[in-house]
Design a protein. Structure first.
Length: 353
């Protein structure tokens, strides 16, 4: 990837009162029994390696005996809030198998492995430092994509549900070459739609390790879907190319395959289909989307230089003068969504003026 495309490190932005009110309205803002900083008190850790002996950049943490029981009980309660009704009835059947810490990336999350001792099934959830950019990204994914997102926020702590799938970099290296021609055709189609979806809602940095492949077995085939799993780069960077996965070198294998398998007319058709679907989702979630955009209007989630670069870049791409008038990332995103709705759903723009 061209290093000029992205900043080396994106700052975390605080949650405003208006965004907090939005989260409360939509049952995202809820009191939880543990905070991110509580987990930073681990006493030691062991490096975690994959099956090939490579460092995963995750470490398995352990806590002092006098703190461990309280921390594990709080994590169990957090699980019941996220996945059930928050009652204590299931807590006796839960076990905290691991509390892992990631030493790489902006958010430095904790990954919690929670196992049901009755059936040995387990799930993961993540505890992170809350960042307004990421919360906007999660909400926009929930509203505008075909995927539902489950997360909770309390003050400066963010709790996220694990998104299952095969990591993109693993799939491209180990699975793609073994796919049938028909499967590759479907994957190419999905990549075009994923590329368009990210660009339309300004979600950046979709390098191959920031999304997963979700495989669904149908009666006569396997269906493929690409899902974003990292939302830190929501409406932050200034270069429009950051918001198109096709321009990130980690995705070159997918790009080359798509250009080889799909005709130009098919690619344009899939782009239009995705824009139309996004416009319909925006229309059906009009009130919620407007509320979220109002929060973004009054928020700071990027720098003046990046805002100027992005609005001028999108103006050159679309010719829409409204990008020139935008003064922050919220207004740029609003203009992008208006452009899609106006051109692909044939309805009057309704998003905030």
């Amino acid at each position: 990837m061209d290093k000029k495309l992205m900043s080396k490190k994106k700052p975390a932005y605080p949650i405003t009162k208006q965004l907090s009110d939005y989260l409360t309205t939509h049952s995202r803002n809820i009191k939880i029994p543990i905070f991110y900083d509580d987990l930073l008190r681990f006493q030691g850790a062991i490096e975690i390696y994959d099956e090939a002996g490579n460092d995963t950049l995750w470490i398995s943490t352990y806590f002092a005996e006098h703190e461990r029981e309280e921390i594990e009980m709080s994590l169990k309660r957090m699980y019941t809030i996220l996945h059930a009704d928050g009652s204590d009835s299931t807590i006796p059947f839960l076990n905290i198998d691991a509390i892992d810490f990631c030493t790489f990336g902006n958010t430095k999350p904790f990954r919690i492995k929670i196992r049901n001792i009755l059936n040995d099934n387990y799930v993961y959830l993540y505890v992170k430092k809350a960042d307004a950019s990421r919360i906007y990204g999660l909400e926009l994914e929930h509203i505008l994509s075909p995927n539902h997102i489950n997360f909770l926020v309390h003050k400066d702590t963010l709790i996220e549900e694990h998104i299952s799938g095969i990591p993109g970099d693993v799939f491209l290296e180990e699975e793609l070459d073994n796919c049938s021609h028909q499967a590759k055709m479907e994957i190419a189609k999905e990549f075009v739609k994923f590329n368009e979806r990210c660009f339309s809602r300004l979600l950046g940095d979709m390098r191959s390790y920031n999304y997963v492949f979700v495989l669904t077995h149908d009666f006569d085939r396997i269906q493929y879907r690409i899902r974003a799993i990292d939302f830190d780069q929501q409406s932050f960077e200034g270069n429009p190319k950051v918001y198109k996965p096709q321009f990130l070198k980690e995705n070159n294998k997918l790009v080359d395959m798509t250009l080889e398998l799909l005709q130009k007319e098919s690619i344009e058709q899939y782009k239009k289909e995705e824009r139309s679907l996004l416009a319909k989702r925006a229309s059906s979630e009009k009130e919620r989307l407007n509320f979220l955009l109002r929060c973004m209007y009054n928020d700071t989630i990027s720098t003046p230089d990046k805002i100027k670069e992005l609005k001028n870049g999108l103006f050159k791409i679309t010719g829409d003068i409204n990008f020139k008038k935008a003064t922050n990332m919220g207004k740029i995103l609003n203009t992008a969504l208006e452009f899609i709705i106006r051109n692909y759903k044939n309805i009057n723009p309704y998003i905030i003026k």
